[in-house]
Design a protein around this ligand. Structure first.
Ligand code: TXA
Ligand code: MG
Length: 318
């Protein structure tokens, strides 16, 4: 299906048009502090189905619903004391909580892939908050990229992948955090389901104990839907922990490395590196080299999310 994709400004007119499109069952991409999401009314099964069609997702992975406030979230899910404590500490922000669905939630079963849990996020970006308030209903939104490609951190990335397949994109410039939200589930105790924009250390410091985690070998396990290893692939092959640049490679540097074509952060700042990650991969992919080599990234703080995305980008393609 071909539609004209409206490029909407992030002013009051643009947001009002975006909200109208979403309330009428349309697909609108919008910026959050992590990445651009591809939004649809989560109570409208047809609208949610169009997300999968537009992204050409091979399976129906469960989607995160986005809401303006924690009070709104309590209409859709039951919060354990640990969940409540994390929500109060880190919402709004780059944290998704996977929680038991509440009776009479009204969400399309496609949103949860028929699971009895739902992923909920309260974005911190003022623009997202404003749009969600105007919509006045839960908005399902995966990252706004075709399935298997890199998440978009700018409206131009969204248009490059989905123009003609979605009704609009709200242009709010670059996303501040740059990697997707950290996902925590509570089945059997607080568990890290995906490292992301909120550092694990911060969550563990708040809880006062270590989160359970999926081991790296679990990445392709069916218990973590949507976590397929080769999930964030650029067109070029990716070589990790590159100490130097080989002939024919483009080098994505981190810290004071020589000969980098682009750098995630010349000073070795992990927050800056996360914000630049997807944009840098998008940009290097345009160099048409066979391989993108990437400098080693320390596996602490946001480095965990960066390394997780890089391992997926480097994995054999499925
Ligand atoms: O930062 C983000 O989280 C962005 C922005 C747009 O909010 N969204 C995002 O969505 O990254 P997506 O669909 O690309 O990734 C969501 C992940 C998927 O891996 C999905 O399997 C998992 O969340 N997920 C969602 N609901 C779940 C549930 N009920 N149980 C387990 N995993 C769930
Ligand atoms: Mg995604």
């Amino acid at each position: 299906m071909h539609v004209t994709t409206k490029h909407l400004l992030s002013d009051s007119n643009g947001l009002s048009e975006a909200a109208q499109l979403l309330r009428a069952g349309g697909l609108v991409a919008f910026p959050t502090e992590t990445v651009y999401g591809l939004g649809a009314d989560a109570t409208n099964g047809t609208a949610v189905a169009r997300i999968f069609e537009a992204k050409q997702r091979p399976q129906f992975n469960p989607l995160i619903i986005h809401l303006p406030t924690q009070i709104a979230a309590q209409r859709y899910a039951d919060f354990s004391s640990e969940a409540l404590s994390l929500a109060q500490a880190f919402w709004p922000g780059p944290l998704t909580l996977v929680l038991p669905l509440k009776q009479g939630h009204g969400l399309s079963p496609l949103v949860t892939s028929g699971l009895s849990t739902v992923g909920i996020r309260i974005p911190d970006a003022p623009l997202a908050h404003d749009l969600l308030t105007r919509c006045d209903r839960p908005i399902a939104a995966p990252s706004a990229n075709p399935s298997g490609q890199i998440s978009p951190t700018r409206a131009t990335h969204v248009l490059a992948g989905l123009s003609g397949r979605i009704d609009g994109v709200v242009d709010g410039g670059a996303c501040g955090v740059g990697v997707e939200s950290t996902i925590i589930g509570f089945d059997g105790g607080p568990t890290l389901l995906r490292p992301g924009g909120l550092a694990l250390e911060q969550i563990e410091h708040h809880l006062g104990y270590a989160l359970r985690r999926h081991s790296e070998t679990d990445l392709n396990a069916p218990t973590s839907p949507g976590q397929l290893l080769s999930h964030y692939a650029p067109g070029a092959a990716v070589r990790l922990n590159a100490i130097q640049k080989n002939p024919g490679e483009a080098l994505l540097g981190f810290g004071p490395v020589k000969g980098a074509d682009l750098s995630l952060s010349p000073t070795g700042d992990l927050i800056e590196a996360a914000a630049n990650l997807f944009e840098a991969l998008h940009a290097l992919d345009k160099y048409d080299t066979e391989t993108i080599a990437v400098s080693p990234i320390p596996n602490i703080g946001l480095g965990r999310a960066i390394n997780d995305r890089l391992r997926r980008a480097a994995a054999p393609r499925v």
